[in-house]
Design a protein. Sequence first.
Length: 517
Amino acid sequence: MRRVVVAVTALFVALGGAVVVGYLLLFSALADRAARAAPADTALYVNAYLQPSAGQQINLFGLIGRIKGFGDAATLESKIDEVAGRLLGQIGIDYTADVRPWLGAQIALAVAPGAGGSPPSVLVLAAVKDTASARTALPSLFGSTDISFTQETLRGRELMTSDTMSYAMFDDLLVVANTPERLRAAVEADADVAPSLADSTTFTAAMRTVASDHVASVYVDLPRAARLPDGQQLGGFGTAALALTADADGLHLDGTAPFRAGDASNEARAAFALGTQSSTLAGWMPRTTGAEIVLFGAAQSFEDLEASLAGNSAFAPALDALNQLRAIAALGLGINFNRDLLPLFDGEGAVALQSLDADGFHGQVFLRPSDAAAAQESLDRVRSGLADRGSRVTTRRLAGTTLTSVAVPQIGTVAYALQDGVVILGLDAADVAAGLEAHAASETLASDDRYKEPFELTGAHAGNELWADIPTLVDGLAGIFDPGSELRDILHQIGELAIIATATDDRLEINGLLTVR
């Protein structure tokens, strides 16, 4: 199963990176066939069409044509074959021989939570345009897995099952599962013996909120994913649906997550209300930042989530581990998690990444808590608690504030500063200093067009956000991730990714954009 999941993941990555996305121009339009074979208890459903409308095709071709080597329509197909072949060849799959001849116009992933503490149930569903070619390719595709399959028949379908991976070929669909039970459930759903995701009114209602003419979509049943009882919301949220569409300025991601305030706790309502605010912390991030994420009300959301899962036996081990960590922090480090750390995250919080290599993370955590004076007291208590237990504390003045470094034996170093109500945390003093100096010199991400322009195109810039400059991020991860020269060249021609999640009266509106340079 691992080999097939890795293969499908590679296909999705290639699709999102405008590699395999070129095939969107080569197939005919298709309804959501895979949803009819996904069981109704699916919590996460990701679907990619390999053919949108004519308008979407034109926009996609325009975007792909900006990428070096993909502008010539005559060579587009062979170029994408070459790149996809190299990607899948790294995991032992011959794309040209074993995938391309039969792969149809849709590929989907359906995930459901496992029973009790068991792993999630996973289905990969791929449309088949040539059943004969697919049946010919299956022995090669699955033969090198060293898995012994058992053949069985259900509802007229031939199933090949094992404890680690199972698969079946329908007339127009290849279905791969990580358990025999999940494959059988897919057969039952497709035969209309059991409800499918397509039969779910919750799913159909959620998908009606997004553009019907889309390239790809994502559906999430949040309470089901969290294994909550039927009817219970997760922090006031039930489902979320998003759709990916192509426009002249890039790939747009738009969707909604309805919020039911009456079903939410006080903490969840407080976190949701903060999502109407505009982010300010980009004004502290160095311009060399390659990616950042901003969250409002993380403390309130954490408290609500912990309370929601407290009565769920499936999450008992995780909650026990969290309580153990609290005890270790209190006894070993002198830190009271709920009193000293959690309040720091009750306002705006952000993580900025400059690089990640063999030396570790280089970037900052920025926090703007609701009470700056209380935050200073919390930081002082943490510093004193660590010092009392053998940590070495050093301080120096920089940019008009005190920069504190704490070397914790057998753990490492952490540094922090508090200025103008903003806490800057880093794994070394140089990272914290970079944030202070960038803000003092007004050389921050907030003043950079790479950051500003994508958000201007997404609409209202308020609430939680995710931003990445793809070329800068790829270079920043070079120490731990080497995509290869050809894929690196392609990624360097992708622009910025910007996603915003803004709270309104009764829903979270999600808007995003991936640009192509």
